[in-house]
Design a protein around this ligand. Structure first.
Ligand SMILES: [Zn+2]
Length: 333
């Protein structure tokens, strides 16, 4: 009987996985066969959220790098070439995020590929953060910064699909306003924590914009010391190479700012964070790992409907506040 149940469970799991992949295939086929709407391909779920806030249902939208896949190193897989070929427009993050060689070459060589960070780079470059000489591509971590992409998307959609010009314009105005409101609400949420608790340590360097926008004081933004608000053992792209020196630096940072909690990231290996934890505990420090992983380069659950980008930021902010507001042993005594 047990064997029978096992086989039954196995087959039902097998059938549901077949169903899942056939659902994905049919959605992709439907997108390729789309005749009436503009076929728009977005590299990441975050870019797709921004695009759908302007386009709503007036375009056929498909995401290239889904789920927990790493956008930094992503290389096209079987079936992707077809998507890139059939797309009327490709929106990507830019600023070096998509740096897998084949994808990067494709994006740079195609007129139909547009970086949503175009205006940031060309008009507001002072708002971009540089880390070790490279521009930090994680702009979605600051809603007000990411919302600058709305204007780029609006311009391109109006040009490619002038029939819906007025709708794009109206949606863009509403979306821009909504993004500013969400930005403010995240700021208010995080600032429930006192200044001395607003320090974030995560797996990789994805949270610089988050720290600048939501953790730092105005004074720190002016004098550059906001950088102390965030630290990660791994660099801008998680690569898994970690020296003893890197670990020592993070441990020292935890001690200096009395940071009690390390935050793992949903799509990044936890080795680096675990190494920092062991090294801190060895030194007798009071440090633990957060119960909740943060979303750095992925949005977690399927981000089809509008708003899951906001949910991702809210999740990060709420998790941070919840863990960092726990009193330390010292404070209890
Ligand atoms: Zn990243």
């Amino acid at each position: 009987m047990k064997n029978f149940l096992f086989i039954l469970l196995f087959f039902s799991a097998y059938l549901s996985s077949c169903q899942d992949s056939s659902v994905v295939e049919s959605a992709e086929k439907k997108w390729i066969d789309e005749k009436d709407k503009l076929r728009v391909l977005c590299t990441t779920e975050m870019v797709a959220s921004l695009v759908s806030s302007v386009a709503d249902d007036k375009i056929a939208l498909l995401v290239l790098i889904k789920g927990e896949l790493d956008p930094h190193s992503y290389e096209p897989v079987k079936g992707d070439e077809e998507k890139l070929f059939y797309a009327d427009l490709v929106f990507y993050n830019g600023l070096g995020l998509e740096h897998g060689p084949s994808l990067r070459n494709y994006l740079q060589g195609q007129e139909k590929a547009v970086a949503i960070s175009k205006d940031l780079l060309e008009v507001h470059s002072q708002r971009l953060i540089e880390i070790d000489g490279a521009v930090d591509p994680h702009i979605w971590m600051d809603i007000s910064l990411f919302s600058e992409g709305i204007k780029v998307i609006e311009r391109v959609l109006k040009e490619k699909d002038p029939l819906h010009k007025e709708i794009y314009q109206k949606n863009a105005v509403l979306a821009y306003r909504e993004f500013q409101e969400k930005h403010q609400s995240i700021l208010e949420l995080v600032w429930q924590l006192p200044e001395n608790k607003r320090y974030l340590v995560t797996s990789h360097d994805a949270f610089n914009y988050f720290a600048y926008a939501y953790l730092a004081t105005e004074e720190e933004k002016k004098n550059g010391s906001w950088k102390q608000r965030v630290m990660a053992p791994e660099g801008l792209a998680p690569e898994g190479h970690l020296s003893l020196h890197d670990i020592k630096n993070v441990v020292e940072h935890l001690r200096r700012y009395k940071i009690p909690c390390l935050f793992p990231e949903a799509n990044v290996n936890k080795d680096a964070i675990n190494k920092v934890l062991s090294a801190s505990l060895e030194k007798g420090m009071e440090v633990s790992i957060s119960r909740f992983a943060l979303y750095g380069d992925s949005m977690g659950e399927e981000g089809k409907e509008r708003g899951s980008y906001f949910r991702m930021l809210e999740h990060n902010a709420q998790s941070f506040v919840q863990e960092m507001s726990k009193p330390s042993k010292e404070e209890i005594e």
